[in-house]
Design a protein around this ligand. Structure first.
Ligand code: SF4
Length: 488
């Protein structure tokens, strides 16, 4: 079968799609990137914003026409929206074959195999009964009537022949999604999921509802996966988890004691893998940056000097309403401690503007922290309510779209100024980069990344290849990139 996978949302979803592609490939299926070639469509969906759900539903809805032309198509929905909406999706999109929630993602290959086998069986039965072999294949028999009705002017879509909804939480998902899929064989970086789910219940966030309770893999299991990746040429891993630094804490949301950090233990073990050159991770919650973790960040050279540390708001009042269990002062203290331990560290963050009840004064506090840290990158979100979360109930306190947009622009302008200055400060210096290769649009521009996650553009250079670690002398900068030449 030729399988097309469309992914919405975060890096964890990209990782899940990649693992699913790997498993499907092992079964002999081909992953295709052209929708016109596909026999199977899989949509890995996101529920974090309503817009992402609407986009996916719209796209799947468009496939109704194609399914009428090609009844053998298999269409499946997996991931967060599947978990969030469940059975309801089959009413809205009756041409869909399966809806698979986040705790059952590892079952997707098996489901596809079952559908193929069921259809084969049906064809054989049809032949034995003297019927057209395709009768009831693709659409169920009742739907043949609906199809007939449609000819008479009724516009209901027929139901898919085989439909499954799998939503239960199955911890096997944790260790069953370890496949990697790279059909170019030129990747140097890979995502590795180390935790799944989240127990923190920030009041605006739907993740704990759609991704379930926080669970962690074992150190041994992660080390085995990363070792195998390095054997296949991977030089850098990005460890993923909705609450990644809570790795190994068994879902405890209390800040751990200073000497307790299973995540630090994991990092230490991964650093021992010879061929692994760099480790990144995303997204940690601030409270887990205790003494032990910060010491490991400082000591281990393979851990990149760029930390993504979501702060969401600089106002203690808003942080409390968000159920974020730290104050702005505590957040700044963690930043200071990391800066002291790792002097060249850079930070990126997530921020929400226009959380219900956020006043000008609250926003001014956010802006103060924003400029205090001097972030190199920030994902600034205008608050949008997600049904089922606590914050969505604060209907009387909603902030207008104009005000959200205004605050968004203010932070974006601050960010541009900060990054322009941070990057300009590096002109004249020599930085170490991991070479990522030629730009897709311009082969005369190669790029690489510093440990601090800055993109460095340089001309192709004899003796320098993808995956090498080289030094580049910086002669120019912009808010987005650094430019220079390789020095030996
Ligand atoms: S820590 Fe908060 S924002 Fe992050 S996934 Fe968990 S609930 Fe959502």
């Amino acid at each position: 079968m030729k399988i097309f996978i469309k992914t919405y949302g975060c890096q964890m979803n990209l990782r899940d799609s990649e693992a699913t592609a790997g498993e499907l490939n092992k079964l002999g299926h081909e992953i295709v990137y052209d929708e016109n070639e596909a026999d199977v469509f899989i949509f890995n969906t996101c529920s974090v914003r309503e817009k992402a759900e609407l986009k996916a539903v719209g796209k799947i809805g468009i496939l109704k026409k194609l399914k009428k032309k090609k009844p053998n198509l298999i269409i499946g929905i997996m991931g967060c929206m599947a978990q969030n909406k469940g059975e309801e999706l089959l009413k809205e999109l009756p041409h869909v074959n399966f809806v698979v929630g986040t705790g059952q993602l590892h079952k997707v290959p098996e489901l596809i195999t079952n559908i193929i086998e069921e259809r084969d069986k049906k064809r054989k039965q049809n032949i034995a009964k003297g019927l057209d072999e395709s009768f009831g294949v693709g659409f169920d028999e009742a739907s043949e009537e609906i199809l007939q009705n449609a000819k008479n002017g009724e516009r209901r879509m027929p139901r898919a022949d085989i439909q499954e909804v799998l939503l239960e939480n199955d911890e096997d998902v944790l260790e069953s999604l370890n496949s990697h899929f790279d059909d170019t064989n030129s990747a140097i970086s890979a995502f590795v999921a180390v935790t799944r789910g989240c127990n923190r219940f920030c009041s605006y966030c739907i993740v704990p509802y759609v991704r379930g309770r926080e669970i962690s893999r074992t150190i041994e299991d992660v080390v085995n996966e990363v070792t195998e990746l390095t054997v296949n040429g991977i030089k850098e891993v990005m460890l993923l988890g909705q609450n990644v630094a809570a790795f190994g804490l068994k879902g405890d949301t209390k800040a751990p004691a200073p000497e307790n950090s299973p995540f630090a233990d994991l990092l230490t073990e991964l650093c021992k893998i010879d061929k692994l050159k760099r480790i990144r991770f995303v997204s940690p919650y601030p409270s887990y940056f205790n003494e032990k973790l910060i010491n490991v960040l400082a000591k281990e050279e393979k851990i990149c000097h760029n930390i993504h540390l979501p702060f969401q708001s600089g106002s203690d009042r808003v942080l409390k309403a968000m159920n974020r269990q730290y104050t702005a002062e505590q957040y700044k203290n963690i930043i200071d401690k990391i800066k002291t331990a790792v002097p060249d560290v850079t930070f990126s963050t997530d921020i929400i503007v226009g959380f219900p009840g956020e006043t000008d004064e609250d926003f001014a506090k956010t802006r103060e922290v924003f400029n205090y840290v001097g972030f190199d990158n920030a994902y600034i979100f205008k608050y949008s309510p997600r049904e089922g979360t606590k914050a969505a109930e604060l209907t009387d306190l909603m902030v207008s779209e104009e005000v959200k947009e205004e605050r968004n622009q203010i932070l974006l302008n601050d960010l541009t100024k900060i990054t322009e200055q941070n990057n300009a400060d590096l002109c004249g210096s020599v930085v170490e980069i991991l070479v990522e290769g030629a730009s897709k649009r311009n082969s005369e521009r190669w790029s690489g990344r510093t440990s601090t996650n800055k993109v460095v553009i340089f001309p192709p250079t004899d003796g320098v290849d993808v995956g090498d670690i080289v030094n580049v002398k910086i002669d120019k900068s912009s808010s987005m990139s650094l430019f220079g030449k390789v020095v030996f």
